[in-house]
Design a protein around this ligand. Structure first.
Ligand code: UDP
Length: 318
């Protein structure tokens, strides 16, 4: 190819989207980042402004998407993604998963581009199979508070496969499990940023329920590597990308207290409705078809993330 690959990333100013912008620029792509900043932030891409292969378009992808020139890849990462965010923006969440996915697929079809959908472990809901392999269909409450995200992503997967089967669009689907790292929003309400902020400020750590529910946290660099490998692979169909190292939320809170050397105590708050009791990826498929597995341990990932939180809270002293 005489020109670099051209790639659109919707939600490119979000936590994951902005790391993908970095990675694809490093791989030599021309990157068009699109965001409407309802949960993404200009801060996440400030360092890319002025890069000769980076462009930004302020746009809500639930409306017709216009991009001039050729496109080789469309990565659809636009969506509120933390429980607090999609409870605050339930209709935008449904619209970006449904209408936004439709627009992004339409664009990929028109340009002959490969399409990659950011899906989620939330398609498994409160899972009855543990750990969760890709062929588990999930246990989702469609009318619950989390249903707006879970069902939007389930619809998005169905739409993606329909475009593949009916229109022959080349598609990839990544099911992303809990992820963390620099550029997470401090106030997005998720366990990790909430606990870290509380620990660093010496405030009580709010564990929901009895804290026996489990999650499996992956560091952002591992996720980005998995997404990049999937994008470049020829595997059609959902692939779990997550770190199988599982921990209860109570243990996780203790780990963060220890890591930060905080004097915060743990307080228990009511468990939100439909909060999944367990979550752990089965990554056999990713190992087999992508040769991928996580490399960053929780201890190391948390240490790196702590630096970012200290900086954001003005605690570095530099
Ligand atoms: N959680 C908690 N305290 C908080 C925020 C979250 O105990 O201040 C719990 C939440 O109920 C869930 C787990 O931590 O069981 C992970 O929540 P998160 O919002 O990070 O993401 P989820 O995996 O639920 O989408």
């Amino acid at each position: 190819m005489s020109r670099p690959p051209r790639t659109l990333i919707t939600g490119g100013a979000g936590f994951i989207g902005s790391h993908l912008c970095d990675r694809l620029l490093a791989e030599g792509h021309e990157v068009i980042c699109m965001d409407n900043f309802i949960t993404g932030s200009p801060d996440n891409i400030a360092h890319l402004i002025g890069h000769e292969r980076f462009h930004f378009i302020h746009h809500d992808v639930t409306n017709f998407i216009y991009v001039e020139g050729p496109l080789d890849y469309v990565l659809h990462f636009a969506s509120p993604a933390s429980p607090a965010d999609y409870l605050k923006y339930p209709i935008q969440t449904l619209k970006v998963g449904a209408l936004g996915t439709h627009k992004a697929l339409g664009l990929a079809k028109a340009k002959g581009a490969r399409f990659l959908l950011a899906s989620t472990s939330e398609v498994y809901g409160d899972p009855l199979v543990h750990p969760q392999p890709e062929d588990y269909w999930g246990n989702v409450n469609p009318v619950g508070l989390r249903g707006v995200y879970d069902e939007a992503k389930r619809f998005a997967e169905a739409m993606t496969m329909a475009y593949h089967r009916y229109h022959g669009v080349d598609v990839r689907i990544v099911r992303i499990f809990n992820s963390y790292g620099p550029r997470m929003r401090l106030d997005d309400g998720r366990a990790l940023p909430t606990f870290m902020t509380q620990a660093l400020k010496g405030e009580p750590i709010t564990v929901y329920g009895d804290g026996s529910q489990t999650r499996s946290f992956q560091y952002i660099d591992d996720l980005v590597e998995g997404i990049y490998r999937l994008l470049m692979s020829d595997y059609v169909g959902p692939v779990n990308i997550g770190n199988p190292e599982e921990i209860s939320i109570l243990e996780f809170a203790k780990e963060i207290i220890e890591l930060t050397g905080s004097k915060s105590e743990i307080v228990f708050k009511p468990l939100p409705a439909d909060d999944p009791k367990v979550r752990q990826p089965d990554i056999s498929l990713a190992r087999r078809v992508l040769g991928w597995e996580p490399k960053v341990s929780r201890r190391e990932g948390l240490r790196r993330t702590l630096e970012y939180f200290k900086q954001r809270l003005g605690l570095t002293g530099s």
